[in-house]
Design a protein around this ligand. Structure first.
Ligand code: ADP
Ligand code: ZN
Length: 214
């Protein structure tokens, strides 16, 4: 399965990616994760990226597309299936992606769009905590760790992303509407658009996915 995950911040792309990884063994390509890795390195480029992410703005198409292009060229598991999470985010990225995937001979099967209610998106994002070590995602009320601030899976420290505060979330939603939403149409025109209900929590989302793929 070769799929792009679409939807506003908080719709559940990350949770769905977890399900797809576990049940379908797909390579997970997340540009958000790749960019946060770059920030961790503390390079000048990392600092620039951090400033953009912290205010909820997009990183340049050129930079992100280059990261994806390199990953596609060097990931030996890609032929077994992949999911792109957080990319493409603009129509330009979607167009370039089609070329990159065609060149690597692994074209998309479909794009999976998830929408959810605005108040739910906000609650999910403000309550989200992430493991610094393994990337596991928790939620303060929906899915708290057994011990506060500590990852169940690996014992790592949980933290809140710098862009998961109300002000930045508003900016991210705005950017989503103007820059990213047009992509839905782009894939609809290619007859590659499928939908899942982003209001569902992970267990039900996994069921809906299984039903959809049948
Ligand atoms: P979410 O889907 O929860 O908003 P991501 O982890 O996908 O979070 O992205 C976090 C931030 O990283 C974005 O707000 C943006 O600043 C940057 N980013 C990630 N992917 C892209 C992309 N494809 N193009 C431009 N910026 C990106
Ligand atoms: Zn962990």
């Amino acid at each position: 399965m070769r799929v792009v995950l679409l939807g506003p911040p908080g719709a559940g792309k990350g949770s769905l990616a977890g399900v797809l990884k576990e049940q379908y063994h797909l390579s997970h390509i997340s540009t958000g994760d790749m960019l946060r890795e770059e920030i961790k390195k503390g390079t000048p480029l990392g600092m620039e990226i951090k400033a953009l992410i912290t205010k909820g703005a997009l990183v340049s198409d050129e930079l992100v597309t280059k990261l994806v292009e390199q990953r596609v060229a060097h990931d030996p598991d890609l032929k077994k299936g992949y999911m792109l999470d957080g990319f493409p985010r603009t129509v330009k990225q979607a167009q370039d992606l089609d070329q990159i995937l065609a060149k690597a001979n692994v074209p998309l099967d479909f794009a999976l769009n998830m929408e959810a209610d605005a108040d739910l998106l906000l609650k999910r994002l403000t309550g989200r905590r992430v493991c610094r070590k393994c990337g596991e995602i928790y939620h303060m009320t929906n899915h708290p760790p057994r011990k506060a601030g500590v990852c169940d899976a690996c014992g790592g420290e949980l933290y809140q992303r710098t862009d998961d505060n109300e002000e930045t979330i508003k900016a991210r939603m705005q950017v989503y509407q103007t820059s990213t939403q047009p992509i839905i149409d782009y894939y609809a025109k290619q007859h590659k658009l499928k939908k899942l209900d982003g209001n569902l929590e992970t267990v039900d989302l996994a069921k809906a996915l299984a039903a959809m793929l049948k």
